[in-house]
Design a protein around this ligand. Structure first.
Ligand code: ATP
Length: 473
């Protein structure tokens, strides 16, 4: 398979299940719509992404402050931020079968399937959506009938109740984004660390949205993780800061090994941006189901801090010691989804080629993100000397403490099958301990993509992996 070809979602989902990346949630009870559980390799991949992101955007910079805020947040926050009133999608219901869809998505799909149709850009206005869904005679994807109700706004926040009484006073929302807590805690960071502008607050954590049409595997779910930054700046140089963040996001995507030719940058046009945003770029990726948003980058002005100042009565001002001015900083927001990163990495890395007359599938993941950096096998499972030696080699490559590297160990089945398994989970190198190893302390190392082998000294195996990891930085 050529690099440019896309893996089908069926193949990818099957690999994810078979190899322990992602399972369907609650499966023994018939599942729960669009809920997915990450198995051992999925957790490893997600953890690698999150740790690399934290190192790349937080730890390696002097202008970033980490946060891990509570998931349940005072309702007043969501009232002030505008989420309670406006965090919604346009829902339209088929009068015949009562299936519900996003009106904008119905139109998007229709225009994509009918490129000859002349149309205006898809509006967020309910009246215009109603007019378009009806005038283009769009039929219901579930029952095929064309009989729609009037679109209405459907709020995406999930609710629950704190304490034993289920009334309005005890109702809270699960946060639909990690961002707001970083505005709410802005003053804490100012007071404890006295940072100078520009500086950022960063957070990784779960977010919940009652999506009307979740789907496409882990692409759109109701529970997901975000990696977000609120980068506070002076208003005057927002354009320069925006460009700087776009370039940081490009570096990040190259760093984790996302294929550049599948990444696209969409300047969100005037009518489609939030009213307070002067520039938003959606970073899109060619997924097997089409070009879709992977990440977002938005200039949000000072809307959020100003809204919280107005609603809470607490000052969100920053004092500039040089100019002796007090003002509310502006903000640039790079927003990244963890699961969409996993999906982009898996679809971008999936390859097939032919080995010994058979089709072989492998994941071309780089050393940084691969769940295992290497695997060690004894050539034969029933030779205790080989097994003991292989365990020693594994320990030596793993190292310990802060320098520990995850290394798989497999002694089951024939060696070809063991290679195949590691190829499918993206393990870059496999070391095999054979009889020669016992004689001269050398070992074969097989590279995943080329399937070529070389012999190196056992004492150099750890260094070999460390150098490959450095090469991927
Ligand atoms: P979309 O247009 O796809 O609904 P969005 O513009 O609403 O996304 P943002 O609010 O900007 O998304 O959220 C920031 C990031 O969080 C997205 O770029 C994406 O990576 C991730 N994300 C948002 N919604 C979901 C979801 N339902 N499932 C998985 N990831 C999501």
């Amino acid at each position: 398979m050529e690099k440019e070809q896309q893996v089908s979602m069926e193949k990818l989902i099957s690999l994810c299940k078979r190899r322990g990346f992602v399972f369907s949630g609650s499966e023994i009870y018939g599942g729960l719509a669009n809920a997915w559980d990450f198995g051992p390799l999925g957790v490893a991949l997600k953890n690698n992404i999150k740790q690399l992101w934290w190192r790349f955007f937080v730890e390696s910079r002097d202008d970033m402050y980490g946060l891990d805020a509570a998931l349940l947040i005072n309702r007043k926050v969501w009232q002030a931020s505008g989420h309670e009133a406006t965090f919604s999608d346009p829902l339209v219901e088929c009068k015949k079968c009562h299936s519900r869809f996003r009106a904008d998505e119905l139109l998007e799909k229709y225009f994509k399937e009918n490129p000859q149709v002349v149309h205006e850009s898809i509006s967020a206005d309910l009246l215009k959506l109603d007019r378009d869904v009806k005038s283009f005679n769009i039929s219901c994807p579930s029952c095929g009938v064309t009989d729609w109700g009037v679109p209405k706004q459907f709020n995406l926040m999930l609710k629950t109740f704190l304490g034993p009484v289920e009334d309005d006073a005890n109702m809270v929302y699960f946060r639909p984004e990690t961002a707001q807590a970083m505005f709410v805690d802005f003053k804490h960071i100012l007071n404890t660390f006295s940072p100078k502008l520009p500086f950022g607050i960063a957070q990784i954590g779960k977010a919940f949205r009652n999506e009307i049409t979740p789907g496409n595997f882990i692409f759109r779910t109701r529970e997901f993780e975000q990696m977000e930054i609120e980068y506070f700046i002076k208003k005057d140089n927002w354009q320069e800061q925006f460009e700087g963040w776009l370039s940081e996001m490009k570096k990040w995507m190259a760093f984790i090994g996302l294929p550049e030719d599948r990444i696209h940058y969409l300047e969100v046009p005037d009518g489609e941006r939030a009213h307070y945003s002067q520039r938003t770029v959606d970073i899109e990726f060619d997924f097997p189901f089409g070009k879709k948003e992977l990440y977002g980058l938005a200039y949000r002005g000072n809307f959020d801090l100003q809204s919280h100042q107005d609603a809470s009565g607490q000052s969100m001002e920053y004092f500039d010691e040089e100019t002796k001015e007090k003002f509310i900083p502006h903000v640039i927001e790079p927003s990244l989804g963890v699961e969409r990163t996993v999906l982009a990495l898996l679809t971008g890395a999936y390859r097939e080629d032919e080995q010994n007359g058979e089709v072989r599938a492998y994941l071309d993941l780089n050393m940084q993100v691969a769940p295992y950096k290497a695997a060690v096998f004894p050539l034969l499972a029933n030779k205790p000397d080989l097994v003991t030696k292989a365990q020693e080699v594994r320990k030596a490559i793993q190292g310990a403490g802060m320098t520990f590297l995850p290394v798989a160990f497999d002694k089951g089945g024939n060696i070809g099958k063991r290679y195949r398994k590691q190829d499918e989970i993206g393990t870059p190198y496999c070391f095999t301990v054979d009889f020669q190893t016992l004689e001269d302390d050398t070992i074969t190392v097989r590279e995943r993509n080329s399937a070529t082998q070389e012999r190196i000294k056992v004492s150099e195996a750890r260094k070999f992996i460390e150098e490959k990891m450095r090469g991927d930085l």
